[in-house]
Write a protein that binds this ligand. Structure first.
Ligand code: CA
Length: 233
């Protein structure tokens, strides 16, 4: 099939840009690239790529502004590339509509996994039926949406309605990081701040799902950002 996904790389560090380009090209992606924010916006509009990898620190325009502009007209998945320790910036990017982030330095397998997840969650990817499937399995974990049933190794896990809602949200966005604010809005509505309730519910969920709640393998904490359900175990 000659239908390779097209990735737009926006990165002003030439070394990193070449590294990403080499990996993606050898893994059957088409790439286009730029080192400027304004050009990124016009390329996103004219090429309609399947996914955008966006460095936040660009010479002409802040990456945050690029996200705001692009999100005015398209839901193309955006993965933000950011330096270690810039959690606030990552949260801002995610809340403005970025889909995920990578922290420099990152490895090949991490980059490819995030891109696969991003493309699958894109508006174009939804028609593969992935998000509409009746159940989802990860390792010993299974959720059956039709029966509203969660089990571990075939054994039913008893959950409160809120715990179940949180697991549905995370599993329907499997592989993606969800920010604290996003989860709170989805579960409790837009006008509340239930950070403490989220923390308590998450602790209870882990106690029920995880063999070792201190080293969770299904739902991991992204420190300072939110939670992510792991895709493959
Ligand atoms: Ca940069």
């Amino acid at each position: 099939m000659n239908n390779k996904p097209l990735i737009l790389i926006v990165e002003d560090d030439e070394r990193i840009c070449n590294f990403i380009s080499a990996i993606l090209t050898s893994n059957d992606y088409h790439i286009i690239k730029t080192n400027k924010g304004k050009e990124a916006i016009s390329m996103a509009a004219s090429y309609s790529p399947d996914l955008i990898l966006l460095d936040l620190g660009l010479p002409d325009l802040d990456g945050i502004e690029v996200i705001k502009t692009i999100r005015q007209w398209t839901e193309i998945p955006i993965i933000v590339v950011s330096a270690r320790g810039q959690e606030q910036e990552k949260v801002e990017a995610l809340d403005l509509g970025a889909d995920d982030y990578l922290t420099k330095p990152f490895g090949t397998s991490e980059l490819l996994a995030r891109i696969r997840t991003g493309i699958r969650h894109s508006p174009k990817g939804v028609n593969v039926g992935y998000l509409e499937s009746e159940k989802k399995t990860v390792g010993d974990f299974e959720i059956n949406y039709a029966k509203r049933l969660v089990s571990i190794a075939g054994k039913e896990v008893h959950l409160t309605p809120i715990e179940y809602k949180i697991i549905v949200l995370l599993s329907k966005n499997i592989g993606k990081v969800l920010t604290h604010d996003y989860i709170m809005k989805e579960i409790w509505g837009p006008y509340t701040n239930e950070r403490q309730a989220l923390r308590v519910n998450m602790a209870n969920i882990r106690r029920k799902l995880e063999l070792n709640a201190a080293e969770p393998k299904y739902i991991v904490t992204e420190v300072g950002v939110g939670y992510r359900m792991i895709e493959g175990i």
